[in-house]
Design a protein around this ligand. Structure first.
Ligand code: G3I
Length: 369
C-alpha cells in the first residue's frame, strides 16, 4: 500500500515537478514562441486580417484544385487568405488541351470554393510560353501561320474570360515574355512566330472580353535592373493604349536575394507608371544559390528565412499605396514547386506554414508590426 502511494507521489512529481522545472528553463525567446503559438491556436485572426486590404493589401495563395477536398487545407486557406490563384488549373494546357475542347472541371472547382467563401480569384495565366499545347503553333504537321496563332490566342482568351466574367477580378494576361538576357523579348514560339504583336493582341482580346477585369503583365526577376527596365518599357507601351492595369511581380526570392535597395529601386520605378503592383508568386528559397545541395532546415536557416520575410514585407507595407495584393506561391512547406526546382527532389521550406500546416516564425514576424 505504502509502495503504491510512493509510486503515485513519484509519478506526480515527474509529471508536474519536471514540467514546472522545464518551464523555468525556457529562454525569453522560447516563452515568446509558446505565447505566439498559444495566441494563434486560441484566436482566429489570419494574414488577411493583419494586412487588411484597406490599409495594406489582399493576401493570396496559389493552390491546385485538389486542396478544395482537404479539410485541414481549406481551414487554413479560409483563415488567412482573401485571394486565390489557380497554381496550374487555369493555364492553357489545363483549360484547352485540344483545339476547341475546353475542360473547366478543376478551374470551376477552385472558383466555386472561392465564391462560397467570399474569396477573390486572380486568373493565371492566359498566354505563356510554358504549359501551352503544341497544337497552338501547328497546322497539321506544318507550322501554323501568324494569323492562325493570333486567332487561336483571341479565341482562347475570349472563351476563358467570358466564362469567368464577374468571377475572376484580375488576369495575368501575358506571363514571362521578357528575356532574361540581352534580347528584349524571350525567343518563345509565340515571339518567333508572331513578334511582339502577340502581346498586344492578348491584351486587346482580354480588354474586349471583360472590360471590368484588371489586366496584368506578370514576370519574375522584375527587380533585376536590366529586366526591370524592359518590363517598364513594355508597360509604358501597353498603358499608352489603355491595355494594362497592373504589373505582377512574381517574388520567387531567396533568404539572401534581393537586397532592400533593388526592391526599392524597382518599386519606385514601377510605381511611377501609375499602375497597380501585385506580388503574385511569393516564396523564399532557403538555398541562397540555385545549386546548393540539400540541407537540413535548422534553427539558423529558419532565422534567416524569418529575417528575409521581415525585410520583404516591411518593403511591401511601405508601398501599400500601390501594392494591392500579395500572393504566396503555395500554402505550406508540404507542397511547393521549389521541391523540384531548380534541383529535382531537393526539399525546400519557402512558405509561412510548415509541413504540418503550422505557422512558422516568419508568420509571426511579418504580422508583428
Ligand atoms: O499534371 C501532371 C501529372 O499528371 C503528373 O503525374 C505529374 C508528374 O510529374 O506531373 C503533373 O504536372 C506537373 C504540374 O506542375 C502539376 O503538378 C508538371 O510536371 C510540372 O512541370 C508543373 O509545374 C508547374 C510549373 O509552373 C510549370 O512550369 C508548377 O506546379 C507551378 O507551380 C509553376 O508555376 C509557375 C507559374 O505558373 C509562373 N511563374 C513561375 C512558376 C513557378 O515555375
Amino acid at each position: 500500500m505504502n509502495l503504491k502511494i510512493a509510486l503515485i507521489v513519484l509519478l506526480l512529481y515527474l509529471s508536474f515537478g519536471s514540467t514546472s522545472c522545464k518551464k523555468e528553463e525556457l529562454t525569453e525567446e522560447e516563452k515568446e514562441w509558446e505565447q505566439d503559438l498559444h495566441e494563434y491556436d486560441t484566436g482566429n485572426q489570419g494574414l488577411k486580417d493583419h494586412f487588411n486590404n484597406i490599409d495594406y493589401f489582399d493576401m493570396g495563395v496559389a493552390i491546385p484544385a485538389s486542396f478544395v477536398d482537404n479539410t485541414a487545407k481549406t481551414a487554413l486557406i479560409k483563415r488567412h487568405y482573401n485571394s486565390i490563384t489557380a497554381e496550374n488549373d487555369m493555364k492553357w494546357s489545363s483549360l484547352q488541351p485540344q483545339e476547341g475542347s475546353f475542360n473547366y472541371t478543376n478551374a470551376d472547382k477552385i472558383v466555386s470554393f472561392a465564391a462560397a467563401n467570399g474569396i477573390k480569384i486572380r486568373g493565371h495565366c492566359l498566354c505563356w510560353h510554358n504549359q501551352v499545347p503544341d497544337w497552338v503553333f501547328k497546322d497539321g504537321t506544318a507550322l501554323a501561320t501568324k494569323e492562325q496563332i493570333l486567332e487561336r490566342l483571341h479565341t482562347h482568351i475570349t472563351t476563358v474570360m467570358t466564362r469567368y466574367k464577374g468571377k475572376v477580378y484580375a488576369w495575368d494576361v501575358v506571363n514571362e515574355a521578357i528575356d532574361d538576357g540581352s534580347r528584349t523579348y524571350r525567343p518563345s514560339q509565340w515571339y518567333s512566330m508572331c513578334g511582339e504583336d502577340y502581346i498586344i493582341e492578348a491584351f486587346r482580346a482580354a480588354r474586349e472580353a471583360d472590360p471590368d477585369a484588371l489586366l496584368f503583365y506578370n514576370d519574375y526577376s522584375t527587380i533585376v535592373p536590366a529586366k526591370r527596365d524592359k518590363i517598364y518599357d513594355l508597360a509604358v507601351k501597353l498603358k499608352a493604349e489603355n491595355l494594362i492595369d497592373g504589373l505582377g511581380l512574381q517574388g520567387h526570392w531567396s533568404i539572401s536575394f534581393p537586397s532592400d535597395d533593388l526592391i526599392k529601386q524597382a518599386l519606385d520605378k514601377f510605381k511611377s507608371l501609375g499602375l497597380q503592383i501585385q506580388i503574385t508568386e511569393m516564396d523564399v528559397s532557403v538555398y541562397p544559390s540555385p545549386s546548393d545541395p540539400e540541407s537540413e532546415y535548422t534553427a539558423e536557416v529558419e532565422q534567416q528565412l524569418t529575417a528575409a520575410y521581415d525585410r520583404f514585407f516591411t518593403a511591401f507595407r511601405s508601398y501599400s499605396d500601390v501594392i494591392t495584393s500579395v500572393t504566396f506561391w503555395g500554402l505550406a512547406d508540404d507542397k511547393t514547386w521549389l521541391d523540384n526546382f531548380p534541383v529535382a527532389g531537393r526539399k525546400n521550406y519557402p512558405l509561412l506554414f510548415d509541413t504540418g500546416l503550422r505557422p512558422k516564425k516568419a508568420y509571426f514576424e511579418i504580422t508583428d508590426f
